[in-house]
Design a protein. Structure first.
Length: 100
């Protein structure tokens, strides 16, 4: 689990300008999934696609509050489900290693 959150993104996008001597923080664009997961399997790497799904389901909303709430809800629910799936896979991999 620690590997999953190591280097966890702090920004959605890298800043376009980084002052000399500073290091840009990890963003979703350059976040590397933990060993054993591809970008297409990692819950964190999929956040942008979850946001797009949320937008598609909420673009009919007339209220900005309802739109943001709907997008956030879809994004969080999809991320949580994928994260649980990732953790179950990790558990299965660990069990297989112990059995061998």
């Amino acid at each position: 689990v620690d590997q999953y959150f190591r280097g966890f993104p702090l920004l959605a996008c890298r800043p376009e300008f980084v002052p000399a001597g500073c290091q840009a923080k990890v963003s979703l664009a350059d976040y590397r999934p933990p060993p054993g997961l591809s970008r297409r399997e990692c819950a964190t790497c999929l956040v942008p696609s979850f946001v797009r799904e949320g937008h598609e389901s909420a673009k009919h909303e007339n209220s900005q509050f309802k739109y943001v709430k709907a997008v956030a809800s879809v994004t969080l629910e999809r991320w949580q489900a994928k994260f649980v799936e990732n953790m179950m896979r990790l558990e299965q991999d660990c069990l297989m290693d112990l059995q061998n």
